[in-house]
Design a binder for this molecule. Structure first.
Ligand SMILES: Cc1cc2nc3c(=O)[nH]c(=O)nc-3n(C[C@H](O)[C@H](O)[C@H](O)COP(=O)(O)OP(=O)(O)OC[C@H]3O[C@@H](n4cnc5c(N)ncnc54)[C@H](O)[C@@H]3O)c2cc1C
Length: 532
């Protein structure tokens, strides 16, 4: 497996001293490490998997390359956007962004097709074209999206403040945000329209914010819609481009990035962290630890029961639940994307516009259709693809599922889960391929290679319990958790990544910026957005 960094070896151990240890090399961990390195800190990154990058990792097999958890990113179309500047800063200018086509999402609801264009005005016009009688509701909806997204500024601002200051100003600056974050997406949309098909089209990519409309916070829905309002972009070279540009920054400042290095415990003594213990048994002393492993892993698995209880984190963690799980296929085709007619638009497909009924049917019976599938076409999105992989194309595809269907195998080990598990994977492969070829029939004849993933793959490769790769559910309850911030009640222990403010690649990156800001005692977000 090709990767940045170096393998950890128990026999040689970790040499040298470092200012901070980062647990986990996802976007949140790498961005924190990069910003600390750019401020003169020597950082040790410890990653349990044998590839650096967390969910941004790419891997190559049988002559094809796929990226695991990065398919499109919004708000990076212009160097003037804050998002572009954040990525540019943490990667040292290492990412080139390629735009998805103007129609960047294609929603299929019960076989009916709705093309979603980039841009607020084209989006409004397309929705009104599909739903002419709902024009007034669509205008009110898009106004709300703008208002709620503006109100979210206070929510992010308080995350960047020191805890005591954040508590002082919290109610004042988060009040208008909570008016929307406390409400369910479905409740707000049902006040605007009674057309279930319009609601389904508006929410068809709820997989992007990890919770269905009947449970998700309306604020999360609005933040996500705004994120993609001007369409999506893809990093040239795929997700591995992040690790490739950030690791040299960390190492250039005297840091070290190690993979195959699983942390077993964050050591806490008298209310402050003193270092980490690896599963190899090695103890590495360091007064600063940033965990990018997610709150459930960090507080539930990596802290001792004593440290968890003494800090009150056991009660805090019980207030939030992990997000949903998916099954997936990474597919290789022996013809190019242009020959196969792949155009780069993602496809979100739902069996019907009754999302609740679709979910319920699948939760009861795995054989019921996947409540949604998402198909994305990396070889059509990446302008460098044809140079690296001429005459080939790839698709990455996912289907929502319920972890309970996989519980039988949760105590088994990777590659040793048994024949019944392998048979289930075959069945997943057939079902997802059938769903794909319904939308892109010409691709069937060029099918060359397929690899199946399940929720257990996420447990193995990124340590996401019950496959919940999006971290904490984006429910109204989540946005009421004032303890979800980069600082923790344990001195010297910080959090980065998607659980700190919101999920997604940009959410994880913001988590890294917040963690490094808290450590350096400077609002790096402000510095990056408005450089002096
Ligand atoms: C299928 C899929 C599609 C997605 N599509 C998109 C998309 O198109 N756009 C978008 O914005 N977002 C997308 N996401 C979400 C996005 O990938 C995540 O929100 C984001 O990458 C999370 O980053 P993170 O740094 O918080 O966590 P991760 O990337 O999960 O990083 C956590 C790291 O910690 C490591 N770790 C855990 N425990 C330990 C330990 N004990 N010791 C050492 N290391 C440890 C893990 O191995 C992992 O590498 C997608 C996710 C998936 C899975």
């Amino acid at each position: 497996m090709q990767t940045e960094g170096a393998p950890y070896r128990k026999s040689t151990g970790i040499k040298g001293s470092f200012d901070a240890v980062v647990i986990g090399s996802g976007m949140g961990g790498l961005s924190a490490a990069s910003l600390l390195a750019q401020n003169g800190r020597r950082v040790l990154v410890l990653e349990q998997h044998n590839v650096i990058g967390g969910l941004t990792q790419s891997y190559t097999r049988n002559g094809y390359r796929w990226t695991v958890g990065l398919h499109y990113i919004g708000e990076v179309g212009s160097p003037a956007t804050a998002t572009w500047k954040l990525f540019d800063k943490v990667t040292g200018g290492g990412i080139r962004w390629a735009p998805l086509p103007a129609i960047y999402n294609r929603m299929m609801i019960g076989g009916r097709r709705y093309d979603i264009p980039a841009g607020a005005a084209p989006y409004a016009a397309a929705l009104k074209d599909y739903f002419p009688r709902e024009a007034a509701a669509i205008d009110r909806y898009l106004d709300l999206v703008r208002n709620v997204s503006s109100a979210s500024a206070g929510y992010f601002a308080q995350k960047a403040l020191p805890q005591s200051r954040a508590e002082e100003v919290y109610d004042r600056i988060c009040g208008s945000f909570h008016e929307h974050s406390d409400r369910l997406t479905i409740d707000v949309l049902s006040e605007l329209t009674t057309d279930p098909e319009l609601i389904a089209v508006i929410c068809a990519n709820w997989g992007d914010y990890s919770l269905e409309p009947t449970k998700s916070s309306f604020a999360m829905h609005c933040m996500l819609v705004k994120h993609y309002l001007n369409g999506g972009h893809y990093p040239v070279g795929g997700g591995a481009a992040f690790a490739r540009s950030i690791v040299p920054i960390v190492e250039g400042a005297g840091g070290l990035v190690l993979h195959s290095a699983e942390v077993a415990e964050i050591i806490v003594s008298q209310g402050r962290t003193t270092g980490v213990r690896l599963t190899s048994g090695e103890v590495f002393a360091c007064p600063l630890v940033i965990s990018n492993a997610g709150v459930h892993n960090t507080f539930g698995r990596l802290l001792s029961a004593q440290a968890r209880t003494a800090s009150g984190l056991d009660r805090a963690v019980s207030q939030v639940v992990e997000s949903y799980a998916v099954v997936g296929v990474n597919i290789g085709f022996n013809r190019s994307a242009s020959e196969l007619g792949f155009d780069g638009a993602n496809i979100w497909a739902h069996p019907s516009n009754d999302f609740e009924a679709n979910l319920e049917a699948h939760r009861r019976d795995f054989e019921a259709p996947f409540p949604w599938t998402f198909a994305t076409f990396p070889s059509a999105k990446d302008p460098s693809w044809d140079d690296d992989f001429p005459g080939k194309a790839t698709v990455e595809m996912y289907g929502y599922t319920d972890f309970r269907h996989f519980e039988t195998w949760s105590a088994t080990r990777w590659m040793r889960r048994g024949d019944d598990y392998l048979a289930l994977k075959d069945r997943i492969r057939e079902r997802l391929l059938d769903d794909l070829f319904r939308n892109v029939p010409a691709a069937r004849s060029a099918l060359d290679y397929v690899e199946v993933s399940t929720p257990l793959s996420y447990e193995t490769f990124v340590k996401r319990e019950r496959g919940g790769f999006m971290g904490i559910e984006a429910s109204p309850q989540r946005f009421r958790q004032t303890w979800l911030r980069a600082t923790t009640p344990i001195d010297g222990l910080y959090l980065s990544g998607q659980d700190v403010s919101t999920d997604g690649i940009i959410g994880a990156l913001v988590g890294g910026v917040l963690a490094s800001s808290a450590i350096l005692g400077r609002d790096l977000m402000r510095d990056i957005r408005t450089p002096t």
